[in-house]
Structures are given as structure tokens and as C-alpha cells.
Design a protein around this ligand. Structure first.
Ligand code: PLP
Length: 481
């Protein structure tokens, strides 16, 4: 098969994939063994040519989740952006690696321009940044920079983890456990600070925890505040937390992987008031901004510090040279070969502009408000958290409000019921939302960050949850009888 025909065939499949019919399932809902039975997974010994490749593409798409389906509300990302898709394909076509200006002349400048713009939006008058492989790694670099600031000798001598304390809220992302593990600080030195009812870190508790660590002889290294928590979408009070960080001389890193896009909207940017007082921040463009995975930004006020942290590149005489030090992004990255993730963001930004991103954020939160109203208006549904962002955490509750439902349905039974509702939604392929736990209660978490989601899909979703819940209850009653 000629390359040109092959590319035409790929284009046909792309268009077909994007064309969603009302009868299309969002997920194939297959078991692992069903998938294994229908796809030959081990790579062949003899090549099958481009025709075999097309067959592989067809198989792959047939067994994949449709993340651009209007019923896809599971993770903190989703949807299809034609502009960013073009950027993804063109990046692969150009095969750019971001370590040197020599190999990435325009790409390096695009990345720097994006970092400058996002740094200005965050309100850092100085500084730099780099695209990373995700918010998890952005958090890692933030704490690594905190370590470099507090204890520069650790760069050469390594670290005795037990000497330090890192503070996160109980609603923070699990990647922070990875961070203290990788940095040799250890889980035991990750101090978990309690949250208020709205899921925000309690500043007073933070102060108390810092006091306890100091009395235990530990050095407070870094506070990580969250702008947009994973489950409920809460925003920590950055003004209060930064006061504590500054008065105790502790690095403040803001995990805005999920909530960073609030800065585009005049209606929601107040949620991040005080972010300019932080030392570093990570912000995932592959989440609410809808850029294909991965596209994530780490920004820091103190550029020389990031350069010190990445000074391992100084021995790479075959790659990074002093003459181009200021231009080569390999000097501010933990990676060596690195994808060009900035092109897709740059192209999507070209399409939308700041104003378009702002409208998008407001539309998503508006749709989440609508879903909340549908939940609140239904006698057998119950909101499970307060909300300011586009996460909607709720559950099916047979007798309506919690205090009544507890009389008839023990917590375990209620949890099992909601687990079953979600499993059946998934297996039936009708909707995809995630399952989480708030306190001891299982909740269904729908997240709006997919441009295909509409009021109509939300109405259908609520009707489907209620109908499944009712059906499971009546099935159980028949079984009990
Ligand atoms: C608050 C928060 N921080 C960090 C992350 C990790 O981001 P990534 O998946 O890009 O590594 C997530 C992921 O959902 C998140 O919700």
C-alpha cells in the first residue's frame, strides 16, 4: 500500500471516529478477556505491512473509550480540539525534541512564549517554566526546587528524608505521595493537613502542623496548596496559606493542575487570588483546556534555582553547550529527549484566544450548576459536596436526604448501590463518570470538561442514574422476597 493511500485511509478513520451517532456507546464495556479474545495482541514475527497497520487501527478504535462522546464525564479531561489535534499530529510529523534550540528553533520559542504568557497570568513578575509530562511531575519539580532553596547542599550530598516535612491537605492529589517517595523524603514526612467542609486546607491546622514538625526537629520544606482538588474541585485559600508560608520561610507550591484555567475567567479567577504570592505552580493544559494528553506547565519565580536543579545537563557535552545555554530548554528540564507539547497548546490558543478559554470555563461551570440543580430537584438524588468548579459529586439515595436514607439503608448498602449503578453505567456503555469516596460515602463524580457535553446529555444522565437505581432496588426487593 502506498503511503498516500494509507494516509487517506487514516483520515477516513479519524472522521468516522469523530462522528458520534445517538446509538453509539461511550465505552465498549468489555471485560479484559473479551478484549484479549478479539484482538491478537502479541506483535507478529513477520511484518503485515500498512494493510496490517490499518487493521490494527480499526481494532484499536473499536475497543476504545470515546472520550469525545457527549456522555463522557469521567476524568478531569476529555473532548476533541481540532486545533490541538493538528498540533499533536504536526509535532509527531516534525519529530522535534525540545532539549536544544538547534533542533527545535521555533518550538523552543513557542514554548517560551507560552510560559511567559502563563507566568504573567499567574502574576509572577519574573521567572521561567517548562512543559512537563503532567501535573504529577510539575509537583515533583516544585518540591525539588523547594529542597534546593532550603538545603542547596542536598544537590551534591543527597538527603536525609527524615529531617524534613512537606505539607499537603487531605484532599490533595496522590501524586504528592509519589513526590516524597521519589525525593527520598518518605511518606511518613508528608504531613496531611485537615480540610474544612468545603474541602479546603484549614490554615489554622497548617500552622499547628508546622509548629509540631519544628518541635520534632524537622525542617519545613514545602507547602503544597491545591487550586481545584481532584474529587470536589475545591480551591485552597492561597492568600492565607501564603502568609503562613512567608512568615515561616517555607516554599509554597500551588498544584493548579485542574483549576489553573480559572485564571481565564473574570467570573472565576478570584478562586486563585494570592497565586502570585506562591513560589511555583503547575497547571495542566490537558485538563480543563482540552489539549490532548499530555500538556502541562510548570512555572517558577526563581529562574536560577530551576537551572541549579537541572544542572545535571552541564555534563552533556554532546548536547548542551555553554554558548547556547540561555536558549536550550534542556537546561531547565528534568527530561532529556522531550516531546513538543507546546505546539498543540499554541495552536489551540490561536483558535480560541483568552476570551474563548474564558467562555469555555464559564460554560463548563454553568453546565455543572445545571447538573447540580437537576440533582437537587430530584427526590432520590443527593449532592455530596459543596462546589465552585465543574466537579459534581452526588449519589442515588433511595429515600432522598441522608438522615432519612440512613434509617433504611445502612451506609454499606448505600455505597454498594452506588457502586453498582456506576458499574452498570460503564458496562452498558451509556455514560462514563468516576466513582470516589467522600468521608465514608461512595459518590458518583461527574466532571464537565468536554465540549460535547450539553444540558441534554446531563438530563439523560440524571434520568439514567435514577432509572438504574430504581431498577436495582426493585431487583433486590424481588430477590429478598
Ligand atoms: C489536583 C491534581 N493534581 C495533580 C494531578 C496529576 O496530574 P497528571 O495526571 O497530569 O500527572 C491531578 C490529576 O488528576 C490532579 O487532579
Amino acid at each position: 500500500m502506498e503511503v498516500e493511500d494509507f494516509l487517506d485511509q487514516i483520515m477516513l478513520r479519524i472522521k468516522d471516529w469523530l462522528d458520534i451517532n445517538s446509538s453509539d456507546k461511550v465505552s465498549p464495556g468489555e471485560s479484559p478477556s473479551e478484549v484479549r479474545r478479539s484482538v491478537r495482541l502479541p506483535p507478529p514475527l513477520q511484518g503485515e505491512g500498512l494493510q496490517g497497520v490499518l487493521q490494527g487501527v480499526d481494532e484499536f478504535l473499536r475497543h476504545s473509550v470515546k472520550t469525545h462522546h457527549p456522555h463522557f464525564m469521567n476524568p478531569l479531561w476529555g473532548g476533541f480540539s481540532p486545533a490541538a489535534f493538528a498540533g499533536e499530529v504536526i509535532s509527531a510529523l516534525a519529530q522535534t525534541s525540545m532539549y536544544t534550540y538547534e533542533l527545535a528553533p521555533l518550538a523552543s520559542q513557542i514554548e517560551s512564549a507560552i510560559i511567559t504568557r502563563m507566568r504573567e497570568m499567574v502574576g509572577f513578575a519574573t521567572g521561567t517554566g517548562v512543559l512537563t509530562s503532567g501535573g504529577s511531575n510539575g509537583n515533583l519539580i516544585g518540591v525539588l526546587c523547594a529542597r534546593q532553596k532550603q538545603q542547596p547542599s542536598t544537590l551534591n550530598l543527597g538527603i536525609n528524608g527524615g529531617d524534613y516535612a512537606v505539607y499537603v491537605s487531605e484532599a490533595s492529589h496522590y501524586s504528592l505521595r509519589m513526590v516524597v517517595n521519589v525525593l527520598g523524603i518518605g511518606y511518613d514526612n508528608l504531613v496531611i493537613v485537615g480540610c474544612d467542609k468545603a474541602g479546603r486546607m484549614r490554615p489554622q491546622r497548617l500552622l499547628e502542623e508546622i509548629d509540631i514538625s519544628i518541635r520534632e526537629g524537622k525542617i519545613p520544606l514545602c507547602i503544597i496548596a491545591t487550586s481545584g482538588t481532584t474529587v470536589t474541585g475545591a480551591f485552597d485559600s492561597l492568600v492565607e496559606i501564603s502568609e503562613i508560608a512567608h512568615s515561616n520561610d517555607i516554599w509554597l507550591h500551588v498544584d493548579a493542575a485542574w483549576g489553573g484555567a480559572a485564571l481565564f475567567s473574570s467570573r472565576y479567577s478570584h478562586l486563585m487570588d494570592g497565586v502570585e504570592l506562591a513560589d511555583s505552580i503547575c497547571w495542566d493544559a490537558h485538563k480543563m483546556m482540552g489539549i490532548p494528553l499530555v500538556c502541562s506547565v510548570f512555572i517558577i519565580k526563581n529562574e536560577p534555582l530551576l537551572r541549579q536543579v537541572c544542572s545535571h545537563g552541564k555534563v552533556a557535552h554532546y548536547l548542551l553547550h555553554p554558548q547556547t545555554e540561555a536558549l536550550d530548554l534542556g537546561n531547565i528540564s528534568l527530561q532529556c529527549g522531550r516531546r513538543n507539547d507546546s505546539l498543540k497548546l499554541w495552536l489551540a490558543w490561536k483558535e480560541k484566544g483568552d476570551a474563548g478559554w474564558g467562555r469555555m470555563v464559564e460554560e463548563y461551570v454553568g453546565l455543572a450548576d445545571y447538573l447540580q440543580s437537576l440533582v437537587e430537584d430530584h427526590p432520590r438524588l443527593e449532592m455530596m459536596s459543596s462546589r465552585v468548579w465543574s466537579n459534581v459529586c452526588f449519589r442515588y439515595s433511595p429515600c432522598g436526604l441522608t438522615e432519612h436514607s440512613n434509617e433504611m439503608y445502612e451506609l454499606n448498602e448505600m455505597n454498594e448501590l452506588n457502586i453498582q449503578i456506576r458499574d452498570e453505567l460503564n458496562l452498558g456503555g451509556s455514560f462514563m463518570v468516576s466513582r470516589s469516596t467522600i468521608g465514608e460515602s461512595v459518590v458518583l463524580r461527574a466532571v464537565i470538561c468536554n465540549p460535547a457535553v450539553s444540558t441534554e446529555s446531563l438530563e439523560k444522565f440524571v434520568a439514567e442514574v435514577v432509572s438504574l437505581g430504581d431498577e436495582i432496588i426493585s431487583r433486590r426487593e424481588v430477590d429478598d422476597y
